[in-house]
Design a protein around this ligand. Structure first.
Ligand SMILES: Cc1cn([C@H]2C[C@H](O)[C@@H](COP(=O)(O)OP(=O)(O)O[C@H]3O[C@H](C)C(=O)[C@H](O)[C@H]3O)O2)c(=O)[nH]c1=O
Length: 187
């Protein structure tokens, strides 16, 4: 695997190193030891999939607060997404910054998202499926979210949003009150 730092401290793009032969290829996409060697959280307790019928579908921006803050590994196993993360760790040099990466079934890239980041994506093709691996259990009570077009983040999305849940569409703007609840994140 190749671990490529993103512009946000602690977030990485992980590229598989293919071992090719006349049948095709084999590649590792996760290894507890290699992750630990790169100071990445090697714990996985849940895996999930997300299927999205229509191009332009947007899910996010989501995160879980401590004690259920989670490291996430995200990869696209069918279709393509524009995957976005926002650093919400007040003591981070890249606090409130965002970055995006195109994850596709073809490029087989994985995005490693540390605790304290909000995550969301927009699909770039119909019938797009995402595979997640999380370091913490799902906790609806600790789930929080911010609106995809919240002016404080100025995220530059690729396309018009075609499908979005009522919850994701109606999050209030990011405010100091919400910020205070995230102070407990540290890198
Ligand atoms: C995330 C999750 C959801 N659910 C249930 C709760 C709802 O009944 C249904 C759909 O949940 P939700 O609308 O929160 O799903 P997404 O909008 O895709 O949320 C995800 O989207 C963003 C982009 C993420 O990074 C997270 O993985 C996650 O927040 O599945 C579960 O039972 N377990 C889970 O882990």
């Amino acid at each position: 695997m190749r671990f490529i730092p993103t512009s946000l401290i602690g977030a990485y793009i992980i590229e598989p190193e293919k071992v090719e032969d006349d049948r095709g290829f084999f590649a590792r996409v996760w290894c507890q030891q290699e992750f630990a060697e790169h100071n990445l959280d090697p714990n996985i307790v849940q895996s999930s999939i997300s299927f999205n019928k229509k191009r332009g579908t947007l899910r996010g921006m989501h995160l879980q607060l401590p004690p259920f803050a989670e490291t996430k590994l995200v990869r696209c196993t069918q279709g393509a997404i524009y995957d976005v993360i926002v650093d919400l760790r007040p003591d981070s040099e890249t606090y409130l910054n965002w970055t995006a990466v195109e994850l596709t079934a073809e490029n087989r890239k994985t995005l490693y998202i540390p605790k304290g980041f909000a995550h969301g994506f927009q699909t770039l093709e119909d019938n797009t499926e995402i595979f997640y691996q999380m370091s913490e259990f799902y906790s609806s009570e600790s789930a929080r979210g911010f609106r995809w077009n919240d002016p404080i983040f100025k995220i530059d999305w690729r396309e018009e949003v075609t499908v979005i849940s009522d919850r994701d569409r109606t999050y209030p703007d990011y405010t100091p009150e919400v910020l205070s609840k995230l102070q407990s994140f540290s890198i």
